[in-house]
Write a protein that binds this ligand. Sequence first.
Ligand SMILES: NC(=O)c1ccc[n+]([C@@H]2O[C@H](COP(=O)([O-])OP(=O)(O)OC[C@H]3O[C@@H](n4cnc5c(N)ncnc54)[C@H](O)[C@@H]3O)[C@@H](O)[C@H]2O)c1
Length: 262
Amino acid sequence: MKRLEGKTAIVTGAADGIGFAISRAMAAEGAQVFMGDIDDDKGRAAAASLAAAGGKATYRHCDVAVEQDIADLVAAAAETGHLDILVNNAAIAIGGMPLHEMTDAQWHRLIAVNLTSVFRGIKYALPHMLRQNSGSVISMASAQGHIGLDGWTAYAGAKGAVMSMMRQLAVEFGPHNIRFNSISPGTINTPMNEKVVADLGPQVGRAWVKMHPLGRIGKPEEVAEAAVYLASDAAGFTTGTDLKVDGGLTAAPRYVPEFFVE
Ligand SMILES: NC(=O)c1ccc[n+]([C@@H]2O[C@H](COP(=O)([O-])OP(=O)(O)OC[C@H]3O[C@@H](n4cnc5c(N)ncnc54)[C@H](O)[C@@H]3O)[C@@H](O)[C@H]2O)c1
């Protein structure tokens, strides 16, 4: 028996990176996956590749900074008759600068995409989950919500907020059998990080490897496996938690600025 057979799932930021890996893993486990993203060409190709592999996957344009797009994605998924899994995954990385150099526009953009989107996704999904008295919401946090790194205060602030929201919601909606958890990845090999390395330089990539006690950065599939678990009935008694998939990054105080010097 597949672990998510018969379940309807929404994944945002699903065209690439961790969101695509989660979509692929959930489709392989039998879920019908509604994939939202702003990169429509990549999103359509991603959904088609999952369908070609025998999965049930539908792509729909969804800019998570646009309320109506989220409402429409949720409505499309709910047309299956139920909504079992919501993965709030889409986010952007704006950082690598001291806070006083961040503009107001950068701050508001980051909060809109990384935090307001989570509020809206849950707001629109909850009525369906309440009606069926079940659901699993997974929001992507980050190791950066647990530890301090130079230059990423706004991103870390949004991720910390995501984690506390999941805890609050777990308490509030536990009696309705709706579970809320977050995942905190360490550094994962995705386009988001390729861009950070391109912007800030290759020494950042080398430092990332040294920062993780396991001696490497992670794979999107390793985060996807955590999401499948949290979405599945096997995690039926797990709510209000944050699951770290971080190669030990937050367990060891290895981050020191000297790593950037080598
Ligand atoms: N990669 C990492 O090391 C890492 C570490 C910790 C947490 N995370 C978190 O994991 C999640 C996925 O990260 P990733 O590395 O796969 O990112 P990514 O940038 O590689 O991919 C993100 C996807 O989201 C899409 N996207 C961007 N803006 C969007 C918007 N406004 N609406 C909808 N889709 C949008 C992109 O088109 C892309 O397909 C994010 O929440 C990120 O903060 C990533």
